[in-house]
Every structure is written in structure tokens, then in C-alpha cells.
Design a protein around this ligand. Structure first.
Ligand code: 3HC
Length: 294
């Protein structure tokens, strides 16, 4: 199947990156949000990234303009009707995703493929909410989408071989390193990464180091590009807590349980980079570690 037009539902942390990466690969993109404010914020992030690229001499102004010109922002899911592939990147909440898929199934042309960018929720359950489970798969991107090379392509029980080929081909056309995997909670990366991040928080609670010391240690001692508590903030503490909830329910193992500090930060509305505060405060020029208990 030849893909020309890609729909992205959600223009938040992941959705704006998927929309940008798709437009950079030459696809026509329609990206939706639930409010004009959220849409403007997401498109604004894409504009900022493109402007940075021009400033650094990585892309010329005409190409950046062309990328932006291929992205149509909308508040109307009706604009997805003629998309060849629709990827959802909405809140990590199953009822929200199921409602969206039921709506899109009645709008988008029958031979189009649907993909969820879920971090941990079952792909099969979402596929079953549509009349096209054979053309439904998982496409799991990593944050920041524009930079992270990996795309996990997830096969659910009913995903047809041709649909997997569409997902793999799409990922490769975006220049991603593609790994095919199965519909198990957390897939490959989050199965390994999430317990590590949660252990970073538990280590902090147990006093093995300050927020900064834990991050410095893993960068200098294990060669990670960022420390675990910084990465928690980048992923989004609300998203991390919801992934932990799904994985704890699925595996019943304490290593997947959200630590008290994570629960408190989320309850206080501190979601990390996206809300301006998590394990660090992002209101100044450089992030400053804060006491998560305060
Ligand atoms: N959006 C877009 N581009 C970004 C970005 C962002 N938020 N942050 C940084 N970049 C770009 C910069 O513009 C720069 O681009 P250039 O090479 O064209 O100049 C490039 O990334 C490198 O940036 P910096 O030099 O400022 O910083 P680093 O060298 O430290 O790299 C990083 C930044 C790529 C984010 C690196 O720190 C990293 O790889 N961190 C780990 C990220 C990670 O593990 N992500 C996965 C999270 S798990 C996930 O997403 C799954 C989900 O289900 C939870």
C-alpha cells in the first residue's frame, strides 16, 4: 500500500514529533487536537524545531517552509477521512483511545491502516474497537521523536502481514531503526526501561543519592545520555505513572509499582518538563533539582 497522507491524533509531546517526522519524510500530514490552544502549542513546537534547524544550517528555509506546508492542523476528526494511515498519540488512557478509534473507524476510508503509539496498553483491545483489526498495529515512537532512532512495530493477534509491512515501510521511510515486536505490556523498551526508571526513584527515596547525584552517576558510570530522574521528567511523570499502573496490573511484580514519590508528584500536578516541574524545576535557563517531597 502506497502511503501519501498520514493522520496524527494528538499534537502533544509525542504527536507533534510524529507529525513533524512524517512531514519531513515527505508525507502530507493532518494532525488534530481537542482545543485550538493545544493545537497552537503543538504546531508552535514544530515551528520552533524547524527554525532551530534553519539557524543551525541543517535545513534551508525553503525546505522548512515546505515541511510546515505539508502539516494541516485541525480540530475536526472529519479531516482524517482520506488518510492512508492514522496514528493516535492521545492521552495514555484506554477508554479515551477506544472512544477515539470508534469515532475514527466511521470516518476514515476503509482500506486505511490504524496505529496506536501506546506505551503499554494492549494493541489488540484497541484493534477490537474497530471494524478493521487486520489493519491495526502498534507504532511506538520514542521521545523526542525527531531525534530518537527507534520505532517499535507491534503485531497484535489479528494484525495482517501486509499491515506489518506498511508499518515497517513507514518507519524506514522516516529513517527510523525498526524493530518488530509482540503485543506484550511495555513491548521491548518499556519492559526494560520502566523498572529502571522506577528504581531510580526508589533509590532516591532510600537515600542512595540526591536527584542530581543519581543522574550524574548513571551518566558518568553507565554512559547514559541523561540520568534516570531527568528521563522521568522527559517521558512525563503522569505518563510514567500510567505505564507503571498498566505493567503492575499485568505482571503483578513490585518492580513495576509506582513509588510514593512518583504518585505524589503526579497528584500535585508536577508532570516533569511538560508542566515545568518534576524532579527538576524548568522555569529558569537551566533545570534546577527540587526536593520532590516539598
Ligand atoms: N525535541 C526535538 N529535538 C530535540 C529535543 C526535543 N525535545 N531535545 C533535543 N533535541 C535535538 C537537538 O535540537 C539536537 O539536534 P541537532 O543534532 O540537529 O543539533 C539534538 O537533539 C541533540 O541535542 P542536544 O545536543 O541539546 O542534547 P543531547 O546531545 O543531550 O541529546 C537527547 C538530547 C537526544 C534527548 C539525549 O539526551 C537522549 O538521547 N536522551 C535519552 C532520551 C530517551 O531515552 N528517550 C526515550 C524515552 S522512553 C519513551 O519515549 C517511550 C515512552 O513510551 C515512554
Amino acid at each position: 500500500m502506497e502511503l501519501e497522507k498520514v493522520g496524527v491524533a494528538g499534537c502533544g509531546l509525542m504527536g507533534h514529533g510524529i507529525a513533524q517526522a512524517s512531514a519531513e519524510a515527505g508525507y502530507e500530514v493532518v494532525v488534530s487536537e481537542v482545543s485550538q490552544e493545544a493545537l497552537d502549542k503543538g504546531i508552535g513546537k514544530i515551528e520552533k524545531q524547524l527554525a532551530k534547524g534553519v539557524e543551525k544550517g541543517k535545513v534551508d528555509q525553503a525546505d522548512a517552509d515546505a515541511v510546515l506546508g505539508r502539516i494541516q492542523g485541525t480540530l475536526d476528526t472529519g479531516d482524517f477521512a482520506d488518510c492512508d494511515l492514522v496514528i493516535e498519540a492521545v492521552t495514555e488512557d484506554l477508554p479515551t483511545k477506544l472512544e477515539l478509534w470508534k469515532e475514527l473507524d466511521g470516518i476514515v476510508k476503509e482500506d486505511a491502516c490504524f496505529a496506536t503509539n501506546t506505551s503499554s496498553l494492549p494493541v489488540a483491545e484497541q484493534a477490537a474497537a474497530t471494524g478493521r483489526p487486520g489493519r491495526f498495529l502498534g507504532l511506538h515512537f520514542f521521545n523526542p521523536v525527531q531525534r530518537m532512532p527507534l520505532l517499535e512495530v507491534i503485531e497484535a493477534d489479528d494484525t495482517e502481514t501486509g499491515t506489518m509491512e506498511v508499518g515497517v515501510g513507514f518507519g524506514e521511510s522516516l529513517g527510523k531503526t525498526v524493530v518488530e515486536t509482540k503485543d506484550k505490556p511495555g513491548f521491548i523498551v518499556n519492559r526494560l526501561l520502566v523498572p529502571y526508571l522506577l528504581d531510580g526513584i526508589r533509590g532516591y527515596e532510600e537515600g542512595i543519592g540526591s536527584v542530581e547525584e543519581i543522574d550524574i552517576a548513571m551518566k558518568a558510570g553507565a554512559g547514559h545520555p541523561m540520568g534516570p530522574l531527568t528521563l522521568c521528567d522527559v517521558v512525563g511523570l503522569d505518563t510514567l505513572a500510567s505505564i507503571a499502573g498498566v505493567m503492575y496490573e499485568a505482571f503483578g511484580e513490585s518492580r513495576f509499582e509506582a513509588p510514593a514519590t512518583l504518585q505524589k508528584l503526579v497528584a500535585d500536578g508536577h508532570y516533569g518538563v511538560k508542566s515545568g516541574r518534576g524532579f527538576y524545576d524548568y522555569s529558569g535557563d537551566a533545570p534546577v533539582a527540587v526536593d520532590p517531597g516539598s
